[in-house]
Design a protein around this ligand. Structure first.
Ligand SMILES: [Zn+2]
Length: 153
């Protein structure tokens, strides 16, 4: 069954799968990464290039996700919302964010995406609040606060 977010995904499926493989490697290796002797020189160069593209926590530099996990929901990758306390957040949406850890019980209260429950998404490195995980009946994505993450330099 196709979901709204899958239908709107900007990248092709092959690109997306390659991104997921990369994220698995990243989750396993980030922090104490060293090139495996089995990797060919060319693969090492490619791997370094991929690591360089990571989106990172603006505070501590922990790798959070890869640009090819960017998705579009409700017509946009970037959304601006106001929370019940009146704070304005500009968020960017990503399918998987393996550098986050998630906190709290899934909540339907004031959900910015109808039908989705949310949890807090924290940096897996320093614990800063980076955004929210949204869980729907058939899919999930993370809304990262644009100002809390930084692009590769
Ligand atoms: Zn951090």
């Amino acid at each position: 069954m196709a979901t709204a977010t899958e239908a709107a995904r900007p990248e092709g499926r092959r690109h997306y799968r390659a991104g997921r493989r990369w994220l698995k490697r990243l989750a396993r290796q980030d922090g104490n990464w060293r090139p495996s002797p089995q990797l060919a020189r060319q693969d090492q160069a490619k791997h370094f290039a991929e690591r360089d593209q990571a989106l990172r926590c603006a505070h501590c530099g922990h790798a959070i996700t890869h640009p090819n996990q960017a998705i579009t929901v409700s017509g946009g990758h970037e959304h601006t919302f106001v929370n019940p306390a009146g704070l304005v957040f500009t968020v960017r949406l990503f399918r998987d964010t393996p550098g986050c850890r998630f906190h709290g019980q899934p909540s339907p209260e004031f959900s910015w995406f109808p039908g989705y429950l949310w949890r807090f998404a924290l940096c897996g490195g320093c614990g800063r609040h980076l955004g929210w995980l949204f869980q729907g009946p058939a899919d999930h994505f993370t809304a990262l606060i644009a100002a809390a993450i930084r692009e590769a330099e």
